[in-house]
Write a protein that binds this ligand. Structure first.
Ligand code: UDP
Ligand code: MN
Length: 336
């Protein structure tokens, strides 16, 4: 009985030993065997190439985004010369209406820099606010006209020139600002004097943009005429069609010419002479700058009227005054 038990125990032990040995051999065989990794490698390669594709796609998208982001930042036509428009203006009932009309015309002109010079002891809130909301590139200045140079109530308009000190202040700022700019393009541009009450065609600005020295064109409804204009023969200005003193050096209205910025900068003394005899204000500025032969005719050899010397009627305030006398006038807090 005891030997049978021993035998059984021995068998169990041997069996246990054999099974363990087989397990060990199997485990060793597994370790030593080369695994079949081809599938793993190909799936890894596939992932890498897919990621590469994604990367290229993203890089393309970034490139595209960068160009579209830059487009609106770049000026529409970077080579266009800037037109610097100098406008004298003064406080009166129609001022906001004039400046609104003017600013909305200028909004349609590319590369325009509006230099507004108020005839006032300081910048007024009305003009400051209007310019801020205009959407234009602008410079806001002020220069009060000396008392003895100002027209008095009832004076005829031809007695004294208007807007003289303001245009000169605009020129002073422009020269100082351009000298401070370092870029090669800082001298590229055109200077135009635009009164706040005239009417300007958009075409006029494209005509003047190519000005080399001084360009000229007709002005409508001025000087007691349907229009005044330079007369052009063989591409040159030979005389002027004007109603009064055609012998003046430059018998032209302020609205009828533009000057290249280069010429303005090259002649730092050139300005308007407030003391100039009647009708010679424009000549006082132009006479040192060009000769008649050098004038560049625009607007189809000066045959098209693209600017009008319109004048706004002074509004009558009879009813307003009557109501005000009764304490019932319009609310002064409402800006007109
Ligand atoms: N102006 C000014 N101060 C004045 C009168 C006029 O700054 O005391 C400005 C006015 O706003 C305009 C320019 O000077 O831009 C020419 O004035 P105005 O239109 O009265 O002159 P005109 O049409 O008679 O040439
Ligand atoms: Mn005017």
């Amino acid at each position: 009985m005891a030997t049978r038990m021993k035998l059984k125990l021995k068998t169990v032990f041997v069996l246990y030993f054999m099974v363990s040995l087989m397990g060990l051999v199997y485990a060793l065989m597994q370790l030593g065997q080369r695994c079949d990794c081809t599938e793993l490698v190909t799936s890894r390669d596939r992932t890498i190439s897919r990621l590469r594709e994604d990367l290229h796609h993203l890089q393309d998208q970034i490139k595209k985004l960068q160009t579209t982001k830059q487009t609106p930042k770049q000026p529409q036509k970077p080579s266009l010369p800037t037109i610097f428009v100098i406008t004298p203006t003064y406080a009166r009932l129609v001022q906001k209406a004039e400046l609104t009309r003017l600013s909305q015309t200028f909004l349609h002109v590319p590369q325009l820099h509006w230099i507004v010079v108020e005839d006032s002891p300081q910048k007024t809130p009305l003009v400051t606010d209007l310019l801020m909301k205009s959407g234009l590139t602008y410079t806001h200045l002020h220069m009060l006209t000396a008392k003895d140079r100002k027209l008095k109530e009832g004076d005829p308009s031809w007695l004294k020139p208007r807007g003289v000190e303001q245009r000169n202040e605009g020129l002073r700022w422009l020269r100082q600002d351009r000298e401070a700019q370092l870029g090669g393009d800082s001298q590229q541009g055109v200077v135009y004097f635009a009164d706040d009450d005239n009417t300007y065609s958009l075409q006029l600005f494209e005509e003047m943009r190519s000005t080399q020295l001084v360009s000229v064109w007709p002005v409508g409804l001025v000087g007691g005429m349907k229009y005044e204009r330079p007369v052009v023969e063989g591409g040159k200005v030979v005389r002027f069609h004007v109603g009064w003193r055609p012998s003046r050096p430059f018998p032209m209205d302020m609205a009828g010419f533009a000057v290249s910025l280069k010429l303005v900068l090259a002649n730092p003394e050139a300005c308007f002479d407030g003391e100039a005899p009647m009708g010679l204000l424009e000549s006082s500025f132009l006479k040192g700058l060009v000769t008649m032969e050098e004038l560049e005719p625009k607007a189809d050899d000066c045959t098209k009227v693209l600017v009008w010397h319109t004048r706004t009627e002074k509004p009558k305030m009879k009813r307003e005054d009557a109501l005000q006398a009764q304490g019932l006038g319009s609310d002064p807090a409402v800006e007109v």
